[in-house]
Design a protein around this ligand. Sequence first.
Ligand code: G3P
Ligand code: CA
Length: 263
Amino acid sequence: MVFAHRGSSEALPEHTLGAYLRAVDEGADGLECDVRLTRDGHLVCLHDRRLERTSNGRGVVSAHTLAELNRLDFGSWHPQWPDSADDLILDRPGGREAHASVLTLERLLDAALGAGRPIRLLIETKHPTRFGHAVEERLVAVLRRYGLERPGPGPVQVTVMSFSPGALRRLRQLAPELPTVLLMELLPPWLRDGRLPSGIGIAGPGVRLLRNHPRLAERLHNQGNRLYVWTVNTAADVDLVLALGADGIISDRPRFVLDRLGR
Ligand code: G3P
Ligand code: CA
């Protein structure tokens, strides 16, 4: 499965509706997004703790209300914007502004449900300790409203990811059937012999970790885990993770990966 990391984020500004619609058009199997809480309790799709890199705003995301974020431009920072936003995207409801605005989780869910084909969503909760587990609690509440807190017969399936084993434990308490991914960037001590905290099911190593420790993939698989690898953007890395039997490939360039897979 090929997942678009923050949408088709090489081509278009990350985490915008346009980047996700592009990924759907490009044939990605799924969409990856990070979620953060606004000051007034909305989940928005943003990676950074602060606003500066991807918008014309300043300060910490969680210090702003959704209304304040809605006034910011999340598109112009991107080197190829707006040239890269083809007519297909600009002609969609909302036009250019909608595709350079902050994206709420609800709007992303609506877009996935409206895609007209099955879409897998990989939602990563960011910095869970700052709010206790408020991000996970809010996320499960939203998913419940959509009937997406467990695998179901519908076209959209949700999996939640975190670097924090504690956040995933809280998610399992809140929504025991919701599939989760434990992300890993470095080799944690408990992983040296391939052991994971129990009940994880899907491991999410960074591709750099697998480059340095390729045998880790086999050990994780042998323990019954699936493997979703991020962020796989080069031909060499695609070939590596395919050779290691990755079950999911998370990329800023989903079309490039699909081409490499002959799809
Ligand atoms: O897909 C997992 C990956 O997104 C984790 O790293 O920093 O891009 O959120 P980051
Ligand atoms: Ca992420």
